[in-house]
Design a protein around this ligand. Structure first.
Ligand SMILES: Cc1cc2nc3c(=O)[nH]c(=O)nc-3n(C[C@H](O)[C@H](O)[C@H](O)COP(=O)(O)O)c2cc1C
Length: 195
């Protein structure tokens, strides 16, 4: 009897597991086409901007650039040091501008570079400035090595939202160079998550 119960429980668990997995892969997933989409992005050297521009054009979406009020240094090492200090102090720095009528958007793609294993701190300022409840938030990042916590931290910062699986586009280039070679990877991902 005990054995039957265990087998039945495992069978039910595997059924739910399959469903969750299938949804992750894009099957049985509500289409995001015909939704009003905002592509919010932060970019220091231009890689993420190139991706965000491509995504916005493909999805016919509006764009909002997240810019820290005080410019980051243009020198890589100086920028890296400043970004590290900001992250270590958990500073949420002031950012420029606002999204006009955030309420109109059903879907918000948050496109960022990985900075010190997470998103640049101005992105968290942006995420706390609006009410994302009821919206679908989708993280996207570019990185030299890997996403680390970047995508997860965007999800964590928007607990009242639905989410779709994000992607990390790895590139050794800077300034947007060669990003067009990544558009195929982006196309495949967008299709998988319901666009
Ligand atoms: C301040 C800073 C910190 C970075 N930290 C990481 C990191 O932790 N992991 C990583 O893989 N790449 C890291 N990078 C590399 C960037 O994520 C990568 O070059 C990205 O594509 C740059 O995007 P952008 O051109 O839109 O600024 C860092 C770059 C900068 C400037």
């Amino acid at each position: 009897m005990k054995k039957t119960l265990i087998i039945a429980t495992l069978a039910i668990m595997s059924l739910f597991g399959t469903t969750a997995c299938a949804q992750k892969k894009g099957e049985n997933m509500n289409s995001l086409n015909n939704k009003k989409v905002l592509v919010a992005y932060f970019s220091w050297s231009g890689n993420t901007k190139a991706a965000a521009d491509y995504i916005a054009q493909k999805l016919n979406a509006d764009q909002f650039e997240i810019i820290r009020e005080a410019d980051y240094p243009t020198d890589y090492d100086e920028c890296a040091n400043e970004a590290k200090a900001e992250k270590d102090a958990n500073t949420h720095p002031a950012i420029k501008g606002t999204v006009s009528d955030m309420a109109q958007y059903d879907v918000v793609l948050v496109c960022v570079p990985c900075w010190w294993y997470t998103a640049p701190m101005p992105v968290f300022t942006f995420l706390e400035q609006y009410d994302f409840s009821g919206k679908t938030v989708i993280p996207f990042c570019t990185a030299y090595t890997a996403e680390y916590e970047t995508l997860k931290d965007i999800v964590k910062a928007t607990p009242k939202s639905d989410h779709r699986d994000g992607i990390c586009v790895v590139t050794k280039e800077m300034n947007g160079v060669g990003m067009d070679k990544k558009f195929g990877q982006i196309d495949k991902w967008l299709k998988e998550i319901g666009f």
